[in-house]
Design a protein. Structure first.
Length: 180
């Protein structure tokens, strides 16, 4: 039979080992947290830089109309950037000015024989057909409609806005009759 003092010493030693294991784990977690915070900071700086560059590119657009504001979204921006990533469509503004995912959506709709639903677009732009991806894409489609890039004649169905002056919907400056 084990004596009470021996049992207490064994339990104390086990508790001490557990405390040391937890201290080691806490140190490892602190290091991982620091690395994740540095990564987050890099992404925030990258997003801010890209936003600034896009704003400068949009402002430098040679055919931009002086009376058409780039900032037409009165809603507050959660990150304080104040830049519209999807500018309102205007004559001479090409889809190549849009962020990649919006440009992908425009290309899918340009190749489609008719209006498409968000759930039909999602797999064609390389996303998994989950509810979250479909809803996110639907929000982007609605944003493109609000800004004049797309139309939605039937609820939930989206197509390129008809442009009489532009034979190539992805590049409105494309010269007529050009084969290149």
């Amino acid at each position: 039979m084990v004596s009470l003092p021996e049992e207490l010493e064994a339990r104390e030693a086990a508790a001490r080992r557990r405390v040391e294991e937890l201290r080691t784990e806490a140190t490892e977690l602190a290091l991982r947290l620091e690395a994740a915070q540095k990564d987050l900071s890099r992404w925030e700086i990258t997003r801010e830089t890209v936003t600034e560059v896009l704003a400068e590119l949009s402002a430098a657009e040679p055919d931009s109309d002086a009376d058409v504001p780039v900032e037409s979204d009165p809603k507050p921006h959660p990150h304080g950037t104040g830049v519209v990533m999807v500018p309102p469509w205007r004559e001479g503004l090409a889809a190549k000015m849009l962020p990649d995912v919006y440009r992908d959506i425009m290309e899918v709709l340009a190749d489609a024989p008719g209006p498409l639903q968000a759930k039909q677009i999602v797999p064609r732009i390389g996303l998994s057909a989950t509810a979250g991806k479909i809803e996110g894409t639907r929000a982007k489609l609605k944003r493109l409609v609000e800004r004049g890039w797309l139309t939605s004649d039937a609820p939930g169905r989206f197509a390129l806005a008809r442009r009489e002056a532009s034979p190539d919907p992805l590049n409105p400056r494309w010269p007529r009759g050009s084969s290149s």
